[in-house]
Design a protein around this ligand. Structure first.
Ligand SMILES: [Zn+2]
Length: 146
């Protein structure tokens, strides 16, 4: 059984792919705040290849996050964001769970689902995959959020 950061889980990749195909868009695409609009421009840079590989392994469409939120400006042009995705499966066991650092300034962890999910995942047993990105650039021409 696969394990990620001390979390043992099951995965139904085909069901996850099917659910993401049915979803029209993700959280960041449905919000018009400056934080989300900036993330839409920056996410190609924000998600490291290791995270994109994990999303692919799980059957998750990287463009359809459950939600993304702006935390803080760390320094000029550098912002901390958090967010999450869900996939069809179940958390089996959690032991010494801790975030997995996928690259400098980017970590991810799994847990039992509690945050709002995409409507196409409603009614399914899902696992939550959270991420924290600490060095997302500010690409909007408007003033940076603080
Ligand atoms: Zn927003």
């Amino acid at each position: 059984m696969p394990t990620f950061g001390g979390c043992q889980y099951t995965l139904d990749r085909e069901a996850t792919i099917a659910a993401y195909r049915m979803a029209a868009s993700g959280g960041a695409d449905e919000c018009d705040c400056a934080g989300c609009r900036n993330f839409r421009l920056a996410r190609e840079i924000a998600y490291p290849p290791t995270f994109l590989a994990l999303l692919d392994e799980l059957g998750i469409d990287p463009l359809k996050d459950g939600e993304v939120y702006h935390n803080a400006r760390m320094s000029p042009g550098q912002h901390q964001y958090g967010g999450w995705f869900h996939f069809v499966g179940a958390v089996q066991e959690v032991e010494n769970s801790s975030p997995v650092v996928l690259c400098d300034g980017f970590s991810a962890w799994m847990c039992r689902a509690s945050a709002p999910r995409l409507s196409s995942l409603k009614g399914l047993l899902v696992v939550e995959l959270n991420f924290l990105a600490e060095a997302v650039p500010w690409l909007l021409s408007e003033p940076e959020m603080t």
